[in-house]
Design a binder for this molecule. Structure first.
Ligand SMILES: *Cc1c(COP(=O)(O)O)cnc(C)c1O
Length: 357
């Protein structure tokens, strides 16, 4: 049969933007593997392996470690909807577009939001959080580990300590850090952390790995009302991913194949080596950018996210035209500025597989 749509045949691309990133032939092959049923013992064994590998990459012993169906935003939504009830207080550190989204989600849930704002391109300082905690009594303190819109890597330990001292749960967005660098969920003291598969993990988009500490599970069970979203209810995820194996939604079969393969690649390379690779590639990229006379958005090198580099677009240069030319002439994708940085920042260089930096 001939169709008016022709054959599926996308042009070759080198994906160096903020995501999706390049995936390996091995992960691609996993996507073309025949389906199993969602309760097939062979599939359940693959789920268990995926869960073990997720615990390894998060560096956690948390039982509640699984994937929410959907991209990173489903992880963000699930994290907040499971942690907060209407009227609950939440303190959110905002230093970029994804912090802004946390605020929006928490507000829609009817939570009372205290913001701690930091100039975009910089990291939140523990003193700012300590100051806010003098008056705020949040149930949750939330922030983004790797703010993809600015390229800032947020130090976490001190803020985690302050959150716990205030009796709050510590909720962290690890979408652009998980798989690219150690996130050390247990050592840092993360209570709820979520990620996405298509960034540093090097799998296609549409799963959101998540983990809940025992304290977060306890808070979940102490809710006054059930989670208002049935689909994103973490307790329901656990009923399928845990020993009960109860039907909640159809297993994400093909995506689990792909994620398991991508996690095996992380396991084989090792988190330390992977993180060092990003740092090394980033040094080379920055040397080249600086030689061209370009300025980076993040002034302090210790705050630069190794897996993503942000460049200020020079006066008189149209970023859209540069990105268009890179794509058309070389098949290379990089990202444009997001939110407040639209038209001002170019973002490049995530990589699970192949080039990055
Ligand atoms: C990409 C990203 C998200 C959202 O993930 P999607 O997969 O686009 O839904 C959330 N937080 C951060 C920090 C991100 O980089």
């Amino acid at each position: 049969m001939t169709t008016p749509f022709g054959t599926l045949n996308p042009s070759p691309r080198l994906l160096l933007g903020p995501g999706p990133s390049q995936i390996s032939p091995r992960v691609l092959r996993a996507c073309a593997t025949p389906l199993l049923g969602y309760l097939d013992p062979e599939y359940l064994a693959l789920m268990d392996e995926t869960q073990a590998l997720l615990r390894e990459v998060f560096e956690t012993k948390n039982a509640w470690t699984f994937c929410a169906p959907g991209t990173g935003m489903a992880g963000m939504e699930a994290a907040f909807i499971n942690a907060l009830e209407p009227g609950d207080e939440v303190l959110i550190c905002v230093q970029g577009a994804f912090g802004e989204r946390m605020v929006e989600i928490a507000r829609r849930l009817g939570a009372k939001v205290t913001r701690v704002d930091t100039e975009w391109g910089r990291a939140t300082q523990p003193e700012q959080v300590a100051e806010a905690l003098r008056t705020a009594r949040p149930k949750v303190v939330a922030l983004v580990h790797a703010e993809t819109s600015t390229g800032v890597l947020q130090p976490l330990e001190e803020i985690a300590r302050l959150a716990h001292e205030a009796g709050a749960l510590f909720l962290v967005d690890c979408v652009t850090s998980l798989g690219g660098m150690p996130v050390r969920a247990d050592a840092v003291g993360m209570d709820i952390a979520y990620s996405g598969t298509q960034k540093c993990l090097g799998a296609p988009p549409s799963l959101a790995p998540m983990t809940f500490s025992p304290a977060a599970v306890e808070a979940y069970h102490a809710r006054k009302a059930p989670v208002p979203s049935f689909y994103l209810d973490a307790g329901q995820f656990w009923r399928y991913w845990g020993p009960e194996r109860a039907y909640h939604q159809t297993g994400m079969i093909t995506m689990i194949y792909a994620l398991r393969e991508a996690l095996l690649e992380v396991h084989e390379e090792g988190l330390a080596a992977r993180s060092a690779r990003h740092r090394r590639n980033q040094r080379a990229l920055i040397a080249g950018l600086e030689a061209m006379g370009l300025t980076l958005l993040v002034p302090d090198p210790t705050w630069r996210l190794p897996s993503l580099t942000t460049v200020l677009v020079p006066e008189g240069v149209e970023d859209k035209a540069v990105r268009g030319a890179l794509l058309e002439k070389y098949g290379i994708e990089i990202g444009g500025g997001l939110g407040r940085l639209a038209g001002r920042g170019g973002r490049g260089g995530r990589g699970g597989f192949g080039a990055s930096g």
